[in-house]
Write a protein that binds this ligand. Structure first.
Ligand code: SF4
Ligand code: SF4
Ligand code: SF4
Length: 235
């Protein structure tokens, strides 16, 4: 390849450009599991441009500028543009079940099993996703931006930071899933060897051995199919 003194330019796809103008709260209000899948759906023409309440009308304008589609009001089915809220936990009521941590797409909650949980307000995107899973209703959303809503209430640097945290979390979850799958696969192989080595040659013993082998083989096949199925989110 010929030497070029200029750095190689990376061409962004339309989905990349749309993702760049989404607010990255990862709230799922658009009907997609995260901002990226919504960006892809707009780019391929299968989604309207008015499904992101956190971006509000300014968000619709930004997507319209990229896609050439007309500016339209936010679809109320997806929610309403509102001042940005932040989640707070009533720590006296928290039972430490960890369900909120599992629901938070940007790792804004600290805590461990059977311990009081707390939210880091500076990392909270106001996505609401931790509220419904809490079994004791101790999470409350408080508006923190006065009258400001949409992009007026959410600077680009916070959107960028939320996106980075979401991507890091997605990567960590992917790695944990892969490690867990590998552990289970190794266990299944060991069990299969154990069953194969079992002694006993009566018809009943052989039939029992075959039954166990079939169960393990079916479990391994299920695990293989699950590993081959792409997750719904980009995580
Ligand atoms: S901020 Fe929420 S509604 Fe907007 S694109 Fe991201 S996930 Fe969808
Ligand atoms: S703490 Fe709750 S509201 Fe805040 S980002 Fe996490 S899940 Fe969303
Ligand atoms: S879901 Fe509710 S009870 Fe469970 S850890 Fe979170 S705040 Fe505590």
């Amino acid at each position: 390849m010929a030497f070029s003194p200029f750095p190689r330019t990376v061409t962004k796809t339309l989905a990349d450009l749309i993702e760049d103008v989404l607010p990255q709260t990862q709230c799922t209000k658009c009907g997609y599991p995260a901002c990226r899948p919504y960006a892809e759906a707009i780019a391929d023409g299968s989604a309207a441009i008015n499904q992101c309440p956190p971006g509000g009308l300014e968000g619709v304008r930004r997507i319209a500028a990229l896609t050439g589609r007309p500016v339209i009001a936010i679809n109320p089915v997806n929610g309403y543009e509102r001042p940005r809220p932040v989640a707070f936990i009533d720590e006296q009521l928290c039972i430490g079940c960890t369900l909120c941590i599992q629901a938070c797409p940007v790792d804004a909650i600290l805590g461990a099993a059977k311990q009081m949980h707390t939210i880091l307000p500076s990392l909270c995107t106001g996505c609401d996703l931790c509220v419904a899973p809490c079994p004791v209703d101790c999470i409350v959303m408080y508006p923190v931006t006065g009258e400001l809503s949409g992009w007026d209430a959410w600077p680009q640097r916070e959107a960028d930071a939320a996106r980075a945290r979401h991507d890091l979390r997605s990567e960590r979850l992917r790695r944990e899933r892969a490690e867990n799958d590998a552990r289970l696969a190794a266990k299944a192989v060991a069990k299969l060897r154990e069953v194969t080595a079992e002694t006993g040659n009566t018809p009943a013993e052989l039939a029992e051995k075959e039954r166990k082998r079939a169960i393990i083989a079916a479990a391994m096949e299920r695990a293989r199919l699950k590993a081959a199925t792409p997750p719904a989110d980009k995580d």
